[in-house]
Design a binder for this molecule. Structure first.
Ligand SMILES: Cc1cc2nc3c(=O)[nH]c(=O)nc-3n(C[C@H](O)[C@H](O)[C@H](O)COP(=O)(O)OP(=O)(O)OC[C@H]3O[C@@H](n4cnc5c(N)ncnc54)[C@H](O)[C@@H]3O)c2cc1C
Length: 448
């Protein structure tokens, strides 16, 4: 057995693991990534925000597996719409490029299946099996980043879970030369998503309630998916391909949120921190969000122990806030389908996670000054921010001005806000005027 000692080890090399590894390296940390290739070559759809996020993370090389925007048909709640903004991604190719991008940028990449992770006062112990020669590997690490996506174990963790959902996936090869395209359609028992890449690779995805659906034996899964989609109008162009070699798999797609996403010497990022309902089509975006904020959290935990509690709170609030926001947006989207509101799939999802509106009501938006964790260059620290219903995590700076100071000054001088802000911030009148106009536009101050 090989034994290694490492500073920070990242488990998993999907978009979250890759982004966090590069972010930590930029902050001067030695990082080792341990990962295995994805088990199933799904096709997924991403938005322009993901492209920007990958570039920002130093992962632009993986964009070679991201298509230009293509047509997406939606049949939902009896309405048909067409948008032209989805970029299809061949996940197996994309993840291979992520791995290569890490190696090319000098990150130590160990192809290994992590089998066991134990922690004690002296650090972390990881047991793994190498993928290249099958040998056993034992790694001692000071800090562990859990980025194994939905495969990350949750043993001993409190969990918040959405309705149990399973995605049945079929992938095959049709003729090449057709334009890339995708379609989504609501069905009495769930929803279907279909996608086709320019090379002819085709993916059919049927998402259903795990409890209300009797699944076929593994060997019949592919036939089950194709047969169900025979009667779905928008699936027809994707079924036409006389598929040759094909594979199928059932994957859980239940929304899952662990209670704790950050400890003293470990952090969860990506789907391991919060796995949302794939309906939002934002999984990769959300994974990048938590992974891009994590390096500064880790850096604070390791280098600024006095602020460790603030760093953990920072990560926790953002991950939990993002999960709740997307859960409510998803609920509202499910509620748009009224034809089968009483069917088990729709009844459970239109009521989860709660009845709280997904967008803050402006009437609730009275701002208040509070202390919150903020990112100050390469670390997290506590600072005075302005909290509103729209911005529950707080606004720290506006155009370089401290939001708390400018809000306090403006509020204390009704009718003379510009002068008060100019005096408090020691700035000229035009700048103070711009800041007051900004506060009015946000609803912090009544319109002038
Ligand atoms: C059915 C379905 C459809 C989806 N469709 C979309 C979509 O259209 N658009 C979108 O943006 N998102 C979609 N998602 C979500 C998206 O796949 C995830 O949000 C995203 O991949 C999460 O990135 P990650 O890096 O956190 O985890 P992952 O991408 O899951 O990466 C985890 C990595 O860890 C590795 N790993 C796992 N176990 C081990 C182990 N023991 N040892 C070592 N390595 C390990 C895995 O092989 C993988 O490489 C979908 C999800 C599902 C379930």
């Amino acid at each position: 057995m090989t034994m290694l000692e490492r500073h920070i080890v990242v488990l998993g090399a999907g978009p979250a693991g890759a982004a966090v590894a590069l972010g930590l390296r930029k902050l001067g940390h030695a990082v080792t990534v341990m990962g295995t290739p994805r088990a199933f070559g799904a096709i997924e759809g991403v938005s322009a925000r993901v492209v920007a996020g990958l570039r920002g993370a130093g992962l632009e090389a993986a964009l070679a597996a991201v298509q230009e925007p293509s047509a997406r048909q939606a049949h939902w709640g009896g309405q048909a719409t067409a948008v032209n903004s989805e970029r299809l991604v061949d996940r197996a190719a994309f993840d291979r490029l992520l791995w290569r991008a890490l190696a090319d940028q000098g990150i130590e990449c160990v192809p290994a299946q992590v089998q066991r992770w134990q922690a004690d006062d002296s650090g972390h112990w990881l047991q793994a099996q190498r993928r290249d020669d099958g040998s056993a590997l034992s790694v001692r690490a000071e800090f562990v980043v859990e980025a194994r996506g939905r495969w990350a174990p949750h043993a001993g963790q409190g969990l918040r879970r959405g309705p149990d959902t399973v995605a049945l996936l079929w992938r095959g090869q049709g003729p090449s030369g057709l334009a890339p395209a995708s379609a989504v359609e609501s069905l009495p028992e769930g929803w279907a998503w279909m996608a086709r890449l320019p090379g002819g690779a085709c993916c059919l995805q049927l998402t259903v309630d795990a409890e209300a659906t009797e699944l076929p034996p593994r060997a019949q899964l592919g036939a089950f998916i194709r047969q169900r989609l025979q009667t779905v109008a928008s699936a027809q162009p994707f079924l036409a391909a006389g598929a040759t070699a094909w594979t199928s798999v059932a994957r859980t797609s239940t929304a899952v949120l662990p209670d704790t996403v950050c400890g003293e010497r470990w952090i969860r990022v990506g789907d391991a921190a919060m796995a949302a309902d794939p309906l939002s089509g934002n999984g990769i975006f959300q994974s990048l969000s938590s992974a891009l904020q994590a390096p500064v959290v880790v850096h604070t935990l390791l280098n600024h122990p006095a602020d460790a509690g603030h760093a953990r709170r920072f990560h926790h609030e953002r991950v939990h806030g993002l999960f709740e926001r997307f859960a409510r947006i998803g609920r509202d989207f499910y509620a748009q389908e009224t034809r089968w509101a009483q069917e088990p799939f729709w009844a459970a999802r239109r009521a989860w996670p709660d009845a709280v509106p997904s967008h803050a009501q402006t009437a609730d938006a009275a701002p208040r000054v509070a202390q919150r964790p903020v990112v100050d260059r390469d670390r997290i620290r506590l600072a005075e921010v302005v909290v509103t219903a729209d911005q529950p995590l707080g606004v720290w700076h506006v155009e370089g001005a401290q939001a708390g100071a400018m809000w306090r000054a403006a509020r204390s001088a009704p009718g003379r806000e510009t002068q008060a802000v100019a005096q408090a911030l020691d700035c000229d009148a035009p700048r103070a005027q711009r800041l007051v106009a900004w506060m009015q536009a946000q609803g912090w101050l009544a319109p002038g």
